[in-house]
Ligand binder design. Structure first.
Ligand SMILES: [Zn+2]
Length: 453
């Protein structure tokens, strides 16, 4: 915070004289650190009011950051959501997705589209990423523009920890003296929920787990099993607490990251953004996990933006990941492509903003449009639209059962949806099959992601 003394006016001419002939060097662009915690429900963070203290470190960052209360992802599963974060484009535009006609075929991102990393590299930034989700394998082309793309795919029982990921990022940053862009992906809250030993029982407590750990066997992780398996309320509550222990592990690493940036002397010129690619359904609408729907528990995301010159505040406007794309580029004085969506979050925000989300890993293709306290979800196969009423965080979706009211409200949302997407047609992605390695296929299979329906 700058303070100007009353006497400053009178000495200003002298200062100007003293500086004449020696213009100050241009300010160094800030380092940008973008943390994407996979599968992180905003409403399960104490930062957003969760009753368990799942995010003490992020809560502390939040006291000196802009915290967006109503932020949305453009998709409900990893591949398209991550591609939208990195390009500011909608899933139907970048087309990093699953082939709707062949569950074993995935499409890589349109290589013509500039990414946050390629645009920052053009601006003189060093760029590096540490990513741990198999849907971020280089074959999907999300590595475009990264000088270092440190990828380690994860199966059901293996994968790089958040702690190791953060240490790798800090080591690279310590050796980078140019403006740096570090993209740090943390896999932890993604299921299977296996918190590190020192955090186990933090929320689940002592005693015998009410769920057989066979729940995590590959057979039970198949999509069919995970949708049809029934759990008692007690079991569901226990699984939610286990998920929260995973969030605590991710948060602990965010604390390590901030401490590392501070000890490296970078904190005063670093922009830190924290978000997720998508949320997680914990039986809010009767199902579990993600990729199958576009409800609030899946597309609402936490979004925290901390910059040295940005006053801390909480923002209630509806915002999205394309806005994050625009903002980080603008902070680096880089120009976003005209085709990219979104707006610089440091400017005046539109109170009537409508956000489009689309693309599911399973089931029929769907598109959602969120505006105000309403969300319209259209099934592109059946052409059936459903209207939902949201809570304050743009998350809880209660179906509007009053047909007359739905018919009154839906046309405007349908119009906005068509305007953003161009049309409401099902688009067959251009033929750009991602050439997955046998190891990547095995990792996806172990997570139950190749089981078809
Ligand atoms: Zn994900």
């Amino acid at each position: 915070m700058r303070h100007y003394l009353p006497g400053m006016i009178s000495i200003l001419p002298l200062l100007l004289l003293a500086c004449r002939g020696a213009p100050p060097p241009p300010a160094r662009p800030p380092d940008l650190v973008l943390v994407v915690v996979d599968t992180l429900r905003a409403d399960h963070l104490s930062l957003y009011g969760h009753p368990r203290a799942t995010s003490p470190n992020l809560d502390a960052v939040g006291t000196e950051a802009v915290v967006f209360e109503r932020a949305l992802s453009h998709a409900g599963w990893t591949l398209p959501a991550m591609a939208s974060i990195l390009t500011g484009r909608l899933p139907s535009e970048h087309q990093a997705t699953r082939d709707p006609t062949d569950p074993l075929r995935f499409n890589r991102m349109d290589p013509q589209i500039p990414t946050m990393a390629s645009l920052l590299a053009d601006q003189g930034y060093r760029t590096a990423a540490w990513v741990n989700n198999t849907y971020m394998a280089p074959e999907f082309a999300l590595n475009k523009g990264f000088e270092v793309y440190d990828y380690e795919g994860s199966g059901a029982y293996d994968g790089r920890s958040a702690a190791a990921t953060v240490q790798a990022a800090l080591a690279w940053l310590a050796a980078s003296d140019q403006p740096a862009f570090a993209f740090v992906h943390i896999m932890e809250p993604h299921y299977p929920y296996l918190p590190p030993p020192h955090l186990q029982r933090r929320f689940t407590g002592p005693g015998e787990p009410p769920v057989d750990l066979l729940f995590f066997s590959p057979a039970e992780l198949s999509t069919t099993a995970r949708w049809t398996k029934s759990f008692t309320p007690e079991q569901r509550a226990w699984i939610e607490r286990l998920y929260d222990e995973e969030i605590l592990a991710a948060d602990e690493s965010i604390g390590d990251l901030v401490a590392g940036l501070q000890s490296q002397g970078r904190w005063d010129h670093t922009v830190l953004a924290v978000t997720t690619d998508h949320g997680e359904e914990l039986w809010d609408h009767g199902a579990f996990e993600h990729g199958h729907a576009l409800y609030g528990e899946l597309i609402r995301v936490p979004l925290v933006l901390r910059a040295p010159d940005l006053p801390a505040r909480r923002v209630q406007h509806l915002v999205d990941h394309a806005d994050l794309f625009q903002t980080l580029l603008a902070m680096a004085d880089a120009t976003a492509p005209a085709e990219a969506h979104g707006t610089d979050l440091r400017g005046i925000l539109d109170p009537d903003r409508a956000v489009l989300s689309e693309d599911c890993l399973y089931g029929p293709p769907r598109v959602a449009l969120t505006q105000g306290d309403q969300r319209l979800i259209v099934n592109l196969d059946t052409r059936v639209a459903n209207l939902f009423r949201l809570d304050q965080g743009a998350q809880g979706d209660a179906k509007v059962l009053d047909d007359a009211l739905a018919n009154q409200l839906a046309p405007a949302l349908l119009e906005a949806m068509t305007q953003q997407r161009g049309d409401l047609m099902l688009r067959t992605p251009a033929a750009r099959t991602a050439p997955l390695t046998p190891q990547a296929i095995e990792q996806l299979r172990s997570l139950g992601y190749l089981s078809g329906e």
